[in-house]
Design a protein around this ligand. Structure first.
Ligand code: AMP
Length: 375
């Protein structure tokens, strides 16, 4: 299938070309026609599948076809600031040749950011990408009005429920007109997501893209290794290698900060990102990583979903994630949309049972690399 087959507006086709997307991904093939027909949709797809463009493209097409209307047309709700920024960036790329405007609204900003967001919202915009808490405060203050909304998108709905946003979302719904197109995307479909979907969606089309499997093209491997040998192993793996971008996951903020220090002490350029950093600090770390000024980013699961940094060479799980879904999301940071990547998990003796659970969940055995003798 080709993008031409969707008969999208030419301004959008230009955006696609500029972004370098040559053919639709499977989720795009399946969702774009239904969304273009203005149907509600529930999409089960993990990040890295191209799901963001799967809803952005047809929604942009509608906005252009329908012509300039009063008020905000589209609201996209996502769990984290990073993801809202990420979605907005992709949107700005795809909408580059259109007059469609957008703004990302998220918590944690300072007074200047607040004033900026407020002014942008007052000036009107076509699309708003927001985290639930911040959005609700703007709605309650009457700064944001959604009376003319045509499209509602919930992205990474499972993550939002995990983070306790159910009540906020239900409250946000009370500010929306009853007739609108609703799109819900989630990496998993547990019963609370089904419940939310029932509340929001009207006769939805269901699209399911290979649930709960890491993106193809990721070479996964593991070392069974005692904790004290992990840093020496990392040193051996990374020193003198051409790897530009390495994303390392650990379970706690404290561990992330400690790892940053240890990695620096062995001469690697590393920075930690976690929820104790202020928003400007997090933005700065991500910017440096994107620009390849930092080789190694140490993150907690805050970053494991949705964050789109193109071309990560290697993902290292410094600890085994407890939840198999977290493993999939972490590993999904490499090999996004067809590129290939490597993901390595360091398994301590006490973590073996969590690792077996992941293998069981994935229904496959992950290749175990013997620990080098000289460590
Ligand atoms: P997502 O799953 O939406 O987070 O997208 C994953 C990555 O794939 C992002 O970097 C997108 O810019 C990229 N992408 C989305 N659709 C396509 C496409 N059709 N061709 C190539 N890359 C794409």
């Amino acid at each position: 299938m080709k993008f031409e087959d969707f008969k999208l507006r030419k301004e959008i086709m230009e955006g696609l070309e500029a972004m370098g997307y040559t053919e639709p991904t499977p989720i795009q093939e399946q969702t774009i026609p239904a969304i273009l027909e203005k149907k509600d949709l529930i999409g089960c797809a993990q990040t890295g599948t191209g799901k963001t463009a799967a809803y952005l493209l047809p929604v942009l097409h509608h906005i252009l076809e329908d012509g300039k209307k009063e008020g905000i047309d589209t609201l996209i709700i996502a769990p984290t600031r990073e993801l809202t920024q990420q979605i907005d960036m992709q949107l700005q790329g795809l909408a580059y040749f259109t007059p469609v405007s957008s703004i990302a609204v998220y918590g944690g900003g300072d007074a200047v950011a607040w004033e900026k967001e407020k002014r942008a919202l007052e000036m009107q915009t076509d699309m708003v990408v927001a985290t639930p808490g911040k959005l609700l405060s703007y709605l309650n203050l009457g700064i944001l009005k959604l009376d003319h909304l045509k499209h509602l998108v919930l992205d990474e709905a499972d993550r939002m429920l995990d983070m306790g946003f159910y009540d906020d979302i239900v409250q946000i719904l009370t500010f929306l007109p009853r007739v609108r197109q609703n799109l819900l995307f989630s990496a998993t479909m547990p019963s609370d997501i089904r419940k939310l979907a029932k509340k929001i969606l009207y006769h939805p089309v269901e699209v399911n893209i290979a649930p709960s499997k890491p993106a193809e093209g990721v070479l996964e491997a593991a070392y069974f290794i005692p904790p004290q040998k992990k840093i020496p192993l990392i040193r051996q793996l990374l020193q003198g290698k051409e790897l530009q971008t390495v994303l390392m996951f650990t379970s706690t903020k404290r561990m992330a900060s400690q790892l940053e220090k240890e990695l620096k002490s062995i001469g690697l350029s590393a920075k930690a990102i976690h929820s104790d950093l202020t928003q400007p600090q997090r933005d700065e770390v991500l910017r440096q990583f994107r620009n390849r000024n930092i080789q190694l980013l140490v993150a907690t699961d805050l970053l494991s979903r949705g964050i789109d940094i193109v071309g990560i060479d290697l993902v290292v799980n410094f600890n085994v994630p407890r939840d198999p879904e977290d493993y999939i999301h972490r590993v999904g940071r490499t090999a996004r949309a067809k590129a290939s990547g490597v993901a390595i998990t360091l398994v301590e003796p006490e973590e073996k049972r969590y690792f077996s659970r992941i293998e069981h969940f994935l229904e496959k055995e992950i290749y175990k690399i013997p620990v080098p003798r000289d460590l």
